[in-house]
Design a protein around this ligand. Structure first.
Ligand SMILES: *Cc1c(COP(=O)(O)O)cnc(C)c1O
Ligand code: SF4
Length: 329
C-alpha cells in the first residue's frame, strides 16, 4: 500500500494556512472512513490540524491517540448533564475583555482567539473570542499598571505564539516597562503541533527582555514528541526559557499508566518538567473524554512508583470560584 504523501512547508505561516481543515482530507491521510470512526463535520468547532501533527498519527489505527484529540465524533452532539459551555467560570474572572484576573499575583491574557489545532476537549471551545477584541492591548496594559500586586503575566489564547514576531515583541516590551512585572509566562501548544513556529526571529523577539520567561507547552502523549519537536524545545531552552508541560487526562488518549509514564519519560528526555495533569474541564461536547477521580488517583499512584519525583505531574482540577487549581491526591 502506498501511503498518502504529506506536503512540506517552507514557513510556519504557510504550514498554518495549509493545515488540514476537512474531515475527508484527514480521513484520507489516516486511511480510515467516517463510518469506522463515527464522526461528522462540526461547523460550530471545525476541524483543524497541522500536517506536522497528522504525520505523527499511525495510519489505519482508529484508536490513534493523536487522531482521537482532533476527531469530531458524532457523540459530541449529545447533551450530557453537568457538561456546560463555561465550566471554569472564566466569565466571572474577566475584568476587562480578554483579561482574566482569578489568582493572586497573576493575570491571564487572551492575546488571540486562534489556535493551530482544534482540540476536541478544549474548555474554551465555546468561548466568544470574536467579541473579546483581543487585539487591543492598551486596556490590558493599563489594568496591569494599576495593579502593583501582579508580578506574573500569562499570555494565553487561543495560542499566543500565533501572534506575529512583531506583535510579540510589542507585548514583551510593554510588559518589561512595567516595574512590578517580573515574569512572563506563555501557554502554547505550538512547539508540539507546529514546531516550525520556533524560529530564530521568534527567540529574539521573546528574549530581548529583563523578564523571566516561562513556557508551558501542552503535550498529552509521547507520540506527539518527535525529533522536530525535540529540536524546537531545545532551541527554546537554549534561549534561556524555563520549560514546563501541562497535559489533560483524556479517556482513549492517555488514560493508562503506560501512556503517562512514556509521556513523562519523553518530556524528561526533552528537558521539559511536568507541571499540571488536568482532570478534564466539563465542557459541553467533551464528555466522552472524562476519566473518573478514582481512576485518575490510581494512575497517579502508578506514576509515583514508576518515575523520579521530578517527572511526576500534579493532578489538578479547576473549580469555578476557588483561589487556585485544586490538587487531587
Ligand atoms: C490556570 C490559570 C492561571 C495560572 O494558574 P497557575 O496555577 O499559576 O498555573 C492564571 N489565571 C487563570 C485564569 C487560569 O485559568
Ligand atoms: S491548543 Fe489549547 S486553547 Fe487551542 S484548542 Fe487546543 S487546548 Fe484549546
Amino acid at each position: 500500500m502506498t501511503l498518502p504523501a504529506l506536503p512540506q512547508f517552507v514557513t510556519w505561516q504557510q504550514a498554518l494556512r495549509e493545515a488540514v481543515r476537512s474531515l475527508d482530507e484527514l480521513l484520507h491521510y489516516v486511511q480510515l472512513t467516517a463510518e469506522q470512526l463515527d464522526c461528522l463535520p462540526d461547523p460550530a468547532f471545525p476541524l483543524r490540524v497541522p500536517h506536522a501533527y497528522v504525520a505523527r498519527m499511525q495510519v489505519g489505527n482508529p484508536h490513534d491517540p493523536l487522531l482521537r484529540q482532533v476527531l469530531p465524533l458524532r457523540q459530541e452532539q449529545q447533551v450530557v448533564a453537568g457538561f456546560v459551555s463555561d465550566p471554569v467560570g472564566d466569565g466571572a474572572a474577566q475584568k476587562i475583555p480578554g483579561l482574566l484576573h482569578k489568582y493572586q499575583g497573576r493575570v491571564l491574557l487572551m492575546s488571540t482567539g486562534s489556535c493551530a489545532i482544534h482540540c476536541r476537549y478544549c474548555f474554551r471551545r465555546h468561548y466568544p473570542y470574536a467579541q473579546a477584541q483581543l487585539h487591543e492591548c492598551e486596556d490590558k496594559i493599563a489594568y496591569i499598571q494599576a495593579h502593583p500586586e501582579i508580578w506574573e503575566v500569562i499570555l494565553s489564547g487561543g495560542d499566543p505564539l500565533l501572534l506575529s514576531d512583531e506583535r510579540l515583541r510589542d507585548w514583551v516590551q510593554a510588559l518589561s516597562a512595567i516595574q512590578h512585572v517580573q515574569s512572563l509566562r506563555l501557554h502554547t501548544r505550538l512547539p508540539v503541533v507546529l514546531p516550525q513556529r520556533i524560529t530564530t526571529e521568534l527567540l529574539q523577539a521573546l528574549s530581548s527582555t529583563r523578564l523571566r520567561l516561562v513556557l508551558v507547552i501542552h503535550a498529552n502523549h509521547a507520540q506527539e514528541i518527535d525529533a522536530e519537536v525535540m529540536q524546537a524545545v531545545q532551541a527554546l531552552r537554549g534561549a534561556g526559557m524555563m520549560l514546563l508541560n501541562q497535559a489533560v487526562l483524556l479517556r482513549g488518549v492517555n488514560d493508562s499508566a503506560a501512556a503517562l509514564v512514556a509521556l513523562h519519560r519523553r518530556l524528561g528526555q526533552a528537558g521539559v518538567l511536568p507541571y499540571y495533569l488536568h482532570l478534564l474541564d466539563k465542557v459541553a461536547g467533551a464528555a466522552h473524554f472524562a476519566v473518573t477521580h478514582a481512576e485518575a488517583q490510581a494512575l497517579m499512584r502508578t506514576l509515583r512508583e514508576s518515575l523520579p519525583g521530578y517527572l511526576v505531574p500534579k493532578l489538578v482540577r479547576e473549580v469555578a470560584g476557588m483561589p487556585y487549581k485544586q490538587p487531587i491526591d
